[in-house]
Design a protein around this ligand. Structure first.
Ligand code: UT7
Length: 330
């Protein structure tokens, strides 16, 4: 019997309408367009402004886009995973709300969080379910409302992050397309360099405490994260190519986490890839955490061809990072 692999068969996206441009940020913190563009490559990011709307709102919209584009009946979906670092609320899963909102009555659903590597790690989880033969249609959604945990007085973080969502449908494939190999890693000694210290079980809010001190927001030691991201993301890309006897000429696309254009460039340079093979949309959306990889797929969908080799790569808080070797199926 032919081996079952997990292939992507449809994609969809949602981005909030509000554009937070570098010019607007200049009026909020001590920064300027030239610094932001030269240090990060970002020109604007989208922000979900409406009160009471969380990550699920964007995840549902992205999924609706996917369902209508691909003519998929939500009742056929077996499993929904929402990869996110900004779930709607502490106790109830965002994924279960998304599942019932889109009418996926036959699906079970759960959230998956490994900061900016959430979607990449989610691809590995989805592939295992599909390869097992247990499930046929699995939806992986990468969605984050980063603006809910950003201090817009902190220029070290507010210039980087944005909100958005991308949805991807995986189905079994017997032609050798889809996920081929993965190399995933974590190192908890990196936790202190990128975190939201307050609000979790280790440091919960006390009764009567007011949200607002700096521990409630994302804190990042940018230079340390940057150095680790550059080294590790490039390293896993090289490893996965070597392990699969691939050279740069066999790679059609690099789909790397969009945290900083300089990190993406360093990774592609190490692999030796020309710029035309490197997917980027960071200038329009900033770092949308779990949504960067699926958003790349939607934005580049029209250029992708059946059989294209894609190297996915990510690095994020934790630290967590990895690379996936993938073959496009349509
Ligand atoms: O997705 C999860 C993983 N996250 C990442 O991968 C992010 C990794 N880190 C980065 O992308 C970069 O470290 C940042 C974009 C956060 C910062 O860029 P950098 O080139 O590492 O800047 P830096 O922190 O080394 O700061 C350089 C200078 C400093 O001034 P002095 O000390 O040289 O006078 C900063 O105070 O730039 C200053 N600076 C700014 N200036 C204008 C820092 N932030 C800003 C700003 N605008 N927003």
């Amino acid at each position: 019997m032919a081996k079952i692999t997990a292939a992507i068969t449809a994609v969809g996206k949602y981005l909030p309408e509000y554009r937070l441009t570098n010019k607007i940020l200049e009026t909020m913190v001590d920064t300027n367009d030239e610094w932001i563009v030269s240090r990060t490559g970002i020109k604007e990011r989208r922000i979900l402004k409406e009160k009471g709307k969380g990550t699920s709102f964007m995840a549902i919209k992205a999924t609706e886009d996917l369902l209508s584009k691909s003519n998929t009946d939500p009742n056929e979906i077996d499993l929904i995973i929402v990869a996110t670092a900004t779930r709607d609320m502490q106790a109830a899963s965002t994924a279960s709300f998304v599942a019932s909102s889109i009418g996926a009555t036959n699906a079970f659903a759960f959230d998956l969080d490994s900061a900016c590597s959430s979607f990449l790690f989610g691809m590995s989880v989805v592939a295992s379910y599909i390869e097992s033969g247990k499930y046929k249609k699995v939806l992986l959604i990468g969605a984050d409302k980063n603006s809910s945990m950003i201090d817009y007085k902190d220029r070290a973080t507010c210039i980087i992050f944005g909100d958005g969502a991308g949805a991807v449908l995986f189905e079994p494939n017997t032609d050798g397309l889809g996920l081929q190999d993965e190399y995933l890693r974590t190192d908890g000694s990196g936790r202190e360099f990128l975190q939201v210290a307050k609000g979790g079980s280790a440091n919960p809010f006390e009764k009567g405490e007011v949200f607002g001190d700096e521990d409630c927001f994302v804190h990042q030691e940018g230079r340390t994260v940057f150095k680790n991201a550059v080294f590790n993301m490039a390293d896993v890309c090289v490893k996965i190519l070597e392990r699969n006897n691939l050279t740069k000429d066999n790679v059609t696309w690099l789909a790397a986490h969009q945290a900083n254009k300089r990190i993406i460039d360093a990774t592609s340079n190490r692999v030796g890839l020309e710029e035309s093979k490197v997917m980027t949309n960071i200038e329009n959306y900033g770092n949308t955490t779990s949504a960067t990889l699926p958003l790349l797929l939607v934005d580049y969908e029209s250029q992708l061809k059946k059989g294209d080799t894609i190297i996915f790569a990510a690095f994020g808080g934790g630290f967590s990072w990895g690379a996936i070797y993938f073959k496009w199926a349509y």
